[in-house]
Design a protein around this ligand. Structure first.
Ligand SMILES: [Fe+2]
Length: 286
């Protein structure tokens, strides 16, 4: 990967040599590889000064866009496929466990645990959905696992995107003795990733749409097991084959069934709703 041009190769080798005293061997390995790839990229593309400056300014804007609610760097990583690439490098084989996908930029740890059967939509308009899920490990129910759930509303927004919005459409549950957890929500819809910043500019410049197919996020963990970060995608969504962040895996696409009329939470009657029935598999830490 080091250039065959001796002038260029000398620069790369000089930078690599500068890391010789790095105490942390992994840091040294990562930095050496990064420098080799960055230099090879500049040679491959014959990067001009103007283009280099465009890149500097772009990355500066990505950083300036970040705050405690907006993570433009994760969005950049997601839209360049880096997040899914790192996911694939680290999960070469699901080995019976549920497949993983991107965390995304909208995860916030929930404030408290919710009771099974809670309505996490809290009156948000949308088609009611009742989720009946189970967490398994080696095919057996996994009790006392924590389960974080988060999703967008019917307009495609997460609570953290709305100024002053309280925690909504996100919750933490704990699996019962049978590994189960249940909750009410609404059927998610497709939505655009935030495209009013530099990542959106990149999508427009490359004629890409910003949409993600309808999905619900899950993060599930328990001591001794690998924490699962995944989504469930709703079958039939028109963006399943062109997710802006490349996060769709076939095994994560589910169909919602029609639910029988039933009572929700403190007693309201829900005549028509959708049912999400799914089992997740966790894997023991090696
Ligand atoms: Fe999402």
């Amino acid at each position: 990967m080091i250039s065959s041009n001796p002038v260029l190769a000398a620069i790369t080798e000089q930078v690599i040599a500068s890391f010789a005293e790095t105490e942390n061997p992994r840091l040294r390995e990562v930095l050496e590889s990064l420098v080799k790839h960055l230099h090879a990229f500049a040679e491959d593309t014959q990067l001009s000064f103007d283009e280099w400056m465009v890149g500097i300014q772009f990355l500066s804007r990505v950083g300036q866009m970040c705050d405690d609610k907006r993570q433009e760097f994760i969005l950049l990583s997601d839209t360049l496929g880096l997040s899914m690439f790192v996911d694939a490098v680290n999960h070469p084989d699901a080995d019976g466990a549920t497949e993983t996908t991107v965390l995304g930029p909208f995860y916030v740890p929930p404030l408290a645990e919710s009771a099974h059967g809670s309505d996490i939509a809290k009156g948000t308009p949308g088609v009611p959905m009742y989720a009946e899920c189970q967490v398994l490990a080696d095919g057996l129910p996994l009790s006392d696992a924590w389960v974080d759930v988060w999703q967008s509303d019917d307009d495609g927004y997460y609570d953290v995107q709305k100024p002053g919005q309280i925690e909504n459409l996100r919750a933490r549950f704990r699996t019962d003795a049978d590994g189960r957890f249940t909750f009410w929500s609404i059927v998610p819809t497709f939505y655009p990733i935030p495209d009013d910043g530099p990542v959106g500019d990149m999508l427009k410049a490359t004629s890409r749409h910003p949409y993600r197919p309808a999905h619900i996020h899950f993060m599930i963990g328990k001591d001794g097991f690998e924490t699962l970060v995944t989504h469930l995608f709703i079958d039939g969504d028109k963006y399943l084959t062109s997710d802006a962040v490349f996060g769709v895996k076939k095994s994560l696409i589910i169909s919602l069934a029609d639910g029988e009329p039933r009572t929700r939470g403190s007693g309201d009657h829900v005549p028509a709703h959708k049912r999400l029935v799914h089992s997740f598999g966790l894997r023991k830490v090696d």
